[in-house]
Design a protein around this ligand. Structure first.
Ligand SMILES: Nc1ncnc2c1ncn2[C@@H]1O[C@@H]2COP(=O)(O)O[C@H]3[C@@H](O)[C@H](n4cnc5c(N)ncnc54)O[C@@H]3COP(=O)(O)O[C@H]2[C@H]1O
Ligand SMILES: Nc1ncnc2c1ncn2[C@@H]1O[C@@H]2COP(=O)(O)O[C@H]3[C@@H](O)[C@H](n4cnc5c(N)ncnc54)O[C@@H]3COP(=O)(O)O[C@H]2[C@H]1O
Lengths: 140, 140
């Protein structure tokens, strides 16, 4: 007997609110983005535009790839390249009214999902950790 | 009605076999480890010893932290430091006879889990992705 209510559950109380989410802006230089990534300790973080809309995600991999020269990492170039130029524009998003079932399916291939409201403003992220923790509570 | 069989299920057919797992050895120099990480695209990978036992995990973060000087990343030092000197010795492990329920609980805080046999030899890894995919199939 599969329990439907879990799959239809709202995701509202699972969201990491935007104030707690490390993020960068499109026009930030890469040295700023690298600092935020190193300080936060996160693998990948969202990239927002001036209207607080999600435009993509960035990780240390994209930043290092962009300055990897033949001999060395050309760190001095970090200040002259913007986040927008190297970020990954593919980032999973769901609306605040999405069901838990939809979030579960999306999380299979994505460590975190960006949550937007009906005006497409960034509300926060949903992580695999919070999805796994809820499923664990459901079965125990 | 909670379905017990899922929590008691064996993890055997969920394991990514050791041949397919990118890994490095304790005595490898960091330039080798950085290359394996960049080429594989993975955030963190297991570190094994000569007897094929798991000793820890390593990511780009540990490697870059170790060569971050005042002004720049001192890439030339990468060849002189071993993986053992900078790796994170904390890595979750389970035995091949662990239940799915135990793997689910462990995966809440760890993106992947190392699986060992009864002689502690490395068998492979269990990823959050495979745990989420199985749960998704269970409810759909
Ligand atoms: N400071 C910390 N404290 C406790 N545990 C930590 C931690 N940093 C990482 N972890 C653990 O490691 C997992 C993978 O983190 P990662 O940074 O690769 O991957 C993260 C990161 O890319 C992103 N993320 C999570 N929280 C974030 C935040 N507040 N701001 C920006 N990005 C975040 O979502 C991915 C999945 O996160 P999730 O929580 O499922 O999974 C996290 C969590 O279980
Ligand atoms: N080449 C690729 N093809 C398809 N999807 C990819 C991929 N690389 C990464 N992903 C996706 O991104 C997730 C996070 O990968 P990450 O490298 O941060 O974190 C990975 C990595 O640290 C480790 N891992 C996974 N497979 C590995 C392997 N074959 N060898 C070594 N480490 C592996 O386990 C973590 C969790 O893996 P998981 O599969 O749950 O979750 C993966 C997967 O959903």
């Amino acid at each position: 007997l599969k329990n439907r209510p879990l799959m239809n559950k709202e995701i509202h109380d699972l969201i990491v609110s935007h104030e707690k989410v490390a993020h960068v802006q499109l026009q930030n230089p890469l040295d700023h983005a690298l600092l935020v990534l190193i300080k936060s300790g996160y693998t990948a973080i969202p990239v927002l535009d001036k209207d607080y809309r999600v435009q993509g995600q960035i990780s240390k991999t994209e930043i290092l790839d962009s300055i990897l020269g033949l001999e060395r990492l050309e760190m001095e170039r970090l200040h002259d390249i913007t986040v927008e130029a190297v970020m990954n524009p593919k980032i999973p998003r769901l609306n605040t009214d999405a069901t838990f079932g939809k979030a579960l399916t999306t999380s299979i291939s994505h460590p975190f999902i960006c949550i937007e409201d009906e005006y497409e403003a960034f509300v926060g992220i949903l992580t695999r950790r919070s999805i796994l923790a809820l499923i664990n509570r459901y079965f125990k």
